[in-house]
Design a protein around this ligand. Sequence first.
Ligand SMILES: Nc1ncnc2c1ncn2[C@@H]1O[C@H](COP(=O)(O)OP(=O)(O)OP(=O)(O)O)[C@@H](O)[C@H]1O
Ligand SMILES: [Mg+2]
Length: 399
Amino acid sequence: MTSGSATDPAHAHHDPAPSHHDPAHGRAASPAVSAGSAGLAHVDTAIWTRGLTKRYGARRAVDHLDLQVPRGALSGFVGPNGAGKSTTLRMLLGLIRPSAGHGHVLGEPITEPDRYLHRVGAMIEGPTFHPGLSGRRNLDQLAVLRGIGGWHRARRQRRVEEVLGQVGLGERADDRFSTYSLGMKQRLGIAAALLPDPCLLILDEPTNGLDPAGIREIRALLGQLAGGGMTIFVSSHLLTEVEQICDHLVMINGGRMLFQGHVTDLLAAEDPRILMIPEHDGDARRLAGLLGDKGLRVEIDLRTGPPNASATRGRLPVVTAHAPEGLAAHLNRLAMHAGITLRSLRTHRPNLEETFLRVTGEIDGDLVRTAQAGQAPDGSVPPPAGAGLDPAHSRGGAT
Ligand SMILES: Nc1ncnc2c1ncn2[C@@H]1O[C@H](COP(=O)(O)OP(=O)(O)OP(=O)(O)O)[C@@H](O)[C@H]1O
Ligand SMILES: [Mg+2]
């Protein structure tokens, strides 16, 4: 955690103290710019690339990415391990040079990072801090290096206190960095990225390796920062994680774009279902036929029953109809009129992950796991054996 460079892309460059005024700084969220809108899209979006490509030998780590992250968005950058997330972020921060393609960050070309890096906060590869110094001292040293507050010590210290407060580390600021929990270390890293009061925050897997409580803290922090009008581009290999906070998503795999847009656009493609378990197993096929005759797409699936379901052989046939929940009562009546009693009836609205996997067809052994089908204690049937990005992909450090 204390090795490698992070938190300060500006270190990679000589910063010539740009003289141009920054009208975008601190502005509130602006509406998304549609992909087709005019030639000014690169100015109106926080991040805009066309054909962005990075080759390592014959392999394309990033393959013709056309990114468009609206200003003011809290955008999740999602993809499995090795998808090309870190490589993309490094190109955006001017840390590595693209093999092909071009792009703009905050309206400035990525070929000239000095023109925008002073307005960008970044944390790549986890934070780098001196373990023997307190959180406050670490931040103060970084602030000196970056010229935060000019030569005014009081101004610099004020800024350090502000960011410590923002990330909720005020009370532990005098403790040594080495005594911090992983979550606190990550939050200090974000505090460091916030020092220059950036209008764009780029974070590479800030929740990597954190426990659920630590993940919740980071999530809350990002929500709070985004609420203040900052554009945030945050990578994760876990879709379920960003799904809960991001309003915009960029999903890549194998260096290529899978989906880009607002979460609501993706959810519009969702596939709601109604799951029914007949009291008598033998009725499942008849129920499926009945619903199929009404024009519904229907599947029969076997699920493990509750442990105390002595009346069954342990496996329950679940009839799944692809229909909105508004039809549930109607389907119940149809079954009843046909003399079929339902042991359980439940509606299921797919989450973003399931919708995404269905829309993109990205369901393979590498990307997903198959959830254990079972029955909830209340007797309701859980969603169909869902696909999920493999939690086993979690590992110690982003690359
Ligand atoms: N310096 C490099 N030299 C050669 N190959 C590289 C280099 N950096 C990255 N790669 C390769 O590029 C691909 C994308 O890597 P990258 O680190 O960008 O993925 P990622 O999405 O950040 O993955 P993770 O979730 O594991 O952090 C991988 O196949 C990786 O091995
Ligand atoms: Mg990475």
